[in-house]
Design a protein around this ligand. Structure first.
Ligand SMILES: NC(=O)c1ccc[n+]([C@@H]2O[C@H](COP(=O)([O-])OP(=O)(O)OC[C@H]3O[C@@H](n4cnc5c(N)ncnc54)[C@H](OP(=O)(O)O)[C@@H]3O)[C@@H](O)[C@H]2O)c1
Length: 328
């Protein structure tokens, strides 16, 4: 099979598309024919020489994939089942989805809902799933109609969050550092597009004006701190990312005087029932969502090096779909 290999030699990361035999890590691993994969921020971290995310000196990249089960002894995933494969150590410490075939344990597989094609599943991918999980977390917390903020809005998580929230009738404020993407974000349903630094007012005060009825943040760092101090009473922010930094400096005032909530989102090691619920919700949203508008580009394995570099530079808009064997 063809695959995109990442290897660290001395202190330098090398990538190449190569021909190799897939090998199961354990006898019970399930073999999946990959129809599509996607490029995630985490994939760019895995291909970064200094990254502590990658936990193998050599592996096939790709933290997610969708396709059809070819060989399996597992009763939930017989041959022919359409599945998503993601999470755990896929593409981080074990061979991932940037290949024509992938072996994975059952715990990394989800049966795809009928309503979702493997193409749609990977246009969404880990980023879209994270956006969906964020929406569900806000709704479980009691999200009410009102302005909802999405940060990093042109990214994979952000763009899906904008589209999902607006399809559910929310008034979405999209915060972005990419001013030229305002029309595109409006097309996804954003009611308002604001700059990265326009999230909160009153920098001289501990608390900003109560502005957001809810928020989805994948940026972290000071952006998340600004979101927390500008949430309305009782509102919540669903936090999933760290593109601007892993440190969070805030005070307890928003929590103890406005009863706001910080909801952590993780779709990598989430419980199987939560993962299934999230895929089902994404499937149920597919009728109201044009996945193709969330696509930055579609590439083969040969386009991955450039795509990873573009993600690192923040030079993408929406999602990059990978089709390892076009026309197969
Ligand atoms: N917790 C989980 O399970 C989970 C799942 C998926 C993703 N994530 C995390 O979520 C984050 C986003 O992932 P993604 O796939 O959406 O990445 P992405 O496609 O690269 O998007 C990130 C977006 O953040 C904004 N941004 C980039 N650099 C920034 C900076 N220095 N300051 C402020 N904003 C910046 C940009 O949007 P604008 O130009 O529009 O501002 C960019 O498009 C990553 O940290 C990823 O690891 C976590």
């Amino acid at each position: 099979m063809r695959a995109f290999e990442i290897s660290l030699v001395d202190t330098v990361v090398h990538t190449r598309v190569c021909e190799l035999e897939p090998a199961p890590a354990a006898p019970e691993d399930i073999l999946v024919r990959v129809e599509h994969s996607g490029v995630n921020f985490k994939d760019a971290m895995v291909a970064d020489a200094t990254s502590r995310v990658r936990r193998s000196a050599r592996l096939i990249g790709g933290v997610d994939a969708a396709g059809v089960v070819l060989e399996s002894t597992h009763e939930r995933f017989p041959a022919g089942t359409r599945v998503a494969v993601h999470g755990g150590d896929l593409g981080v410490a074990r061979d991932g989805g940037f290949a024509e075939l992938v072996y994975a344990p059952a715990r990394l597989l989800s049966v795809l809902p009928e309503a979702l094609s493997t193409r749609q599943a990977m246009i969404a991918g880990t980023a879209g799933l994270s956006a969906m999980a964020s929406v569900l977390a806000l709704e479980d917390h009691g999200l009410e109609p009102g302005p909802v903020l999405v940060t990093g809005a042109t990214g994979g998580v952000g763009s899906f969050a904008v589209a999902l929230l607006s399809a559910r009738g929310h008034s979405v404020s999209a915060s972005t550092g990419t001013a030229q993407a305002a029309d595109w974000l409006g097309g996804l349903g954003a009611a308002e597009v604001i700059g990265r630094h326009d999230i909160a007012d009153r920098p001289e005060r501990v608390l900003a004006s109560e502005r957001w009825g809810g928020a989805i943040d994948c940026v972290g760092g000071d952006t998340l701190a600004q979101v927390i101090r500008s949430l309305r009473y009782g509102a919540a922010v669903a936090a999933s990312g760290l593109v601007a930094g892993a440190d969070l400096t805030t005070t307890v005032y928003p929590f103890i005087t406005r009863a706001v909530a910080l909801l952590g989102i993780d779709v990598v090691d989430m419980r199987a029932e939560d993962r299934d619920r999230t895929w089902l919700a994404l499937g149920a949203s597919s009728a109201r969502l044009d996945f193709e508008t969330l696509l930055d580009r579609e590439i083969g394995l040969d386009g991955l090096s450039d795509a990873l570099e573009d993600i690192r530079r923040g030079a993408t808009r929406g999602r990059i779909l990978v089709t390892p064997a076009p026309g197969a």
